[in-house]
Design a protein around this ligand. Structure first.
Ligand SMILES: NC(=O)c1ccc[n+]([C@@H]2O[C@H](COP(=O)([O-])OP(=O)(O)OC[C@H]3O[C@@H](n4cnc5c(N)ncnc54)[C@H](OP(=O)(O)O)[C@@H]3O)[C@@H](O)[C@H]2O)c1
Length: 207
């Protein structure tokens, strides 16, 4: 079955973006990716580069891991604000939103229903794995559905920001096994963890 893979850039203190939700590596952002980080992304995960970045870098590789990307509306909005209605034209692109009544782009499917049900249906289909790009709120809603976590760890702390699983995720410890890792000279690291089946700790509420 296809996996849901949350591949995401994270600071050392567990944030995926600053508190205001603006693009960390966009204009005026706090994070400029190092050259070796970009090179590793191009070599290993070319399909996760947005279309405009692929064009600017001359990347045409299809990639081997993902053919579908799912994202929350506020993450999608970052592209919309930059005039990009489909940042991933090379992938099947699904945006979860209860407020968008129609899709700004015919190639982007807007889903207003339950993300868990929608992702379960995607998983049952044929194809490569499904990339959960973020953001934190959607990742929190899909917390129990994430099979693999690929953390692109940047050697940076920001003190306060949007956490990996957003601000509303329930307290629900889960155990993950390290499946792969690459530590780059710049200090960035790519860490791949698979959910350990049946190893989730019991709901610790009240203990
Ligand atoms: N570091 C990284 O790799 C990375 C990756 C992606 C994004 N980001 C950053 O993450 C930030 C956005 O994250 P975020 O946590 O604020 O928002 P988000 O998860 O991207 O989007 C939240 C929105 O998704 C929709 N949504 C969430 N749960 C839903 C549900 N259960 N059912 C239906 N729709 C649902 C809602 O849209 P509506 O309000 O329209 O209903 C909600 O407002 C941005 O700053 C972006 O730059 C970082």
């Amino acid at each position: 079955m296809r996996k849901l893979v949350y591949l995401v850039a994270v600071t050392l203190d567990g944030s995926i973006a600053g508190p205001d939700g603006s693009d960390p590596s966009g204009p005026g952002g706090f994070w400029t990716p190092a050259e070796d980080y970009l090179q590793h992304l191009i070599e290993e995960y070319p399909e996760t580069l947005p279309g405009p970045a692929r064009a600017a870098l001359g990347v045409t590789a299809e990639g081997t891991r993902f053919d579908t990307v799912v994202e929350g509306r506020r993450s999608y909005q970052v592209g919309l604000d930059a005039g990009v209605t489909d940042a991933y034209p090379h992938l099947t692109h699904v945006v979860f939103s209860r407020t968008l009544t129609e899709s700004p782009d015919p190639a982007v499917e807007v889903v207003g229903g339950d993300p868990v049900a929608a992702v379960r249906e995607l998983k049952r289909g044929a194809g490569k794995d499904i990339w959960l790009v973020g953001g934190g709120e959607l990742a929190g809603a899909l917390y129990g559905e994430i099979d693999r976590l690929i953390v692109k760890l940047s050697p940076l702390t920001i003190g306060s920001g949007i956490p990996l699983f957003g601000r509303q995720a329930p307290f629900s410890p889960a155990a993950w096994g390290l499946a792969d890792h690459t530590v780059l000279p710049s200090g960035a690291a790519f860490l791949t963890y698979d959910r350990r089946p049946g190893a989730a700790a019991p709901d610790a509420g009240g203990r």
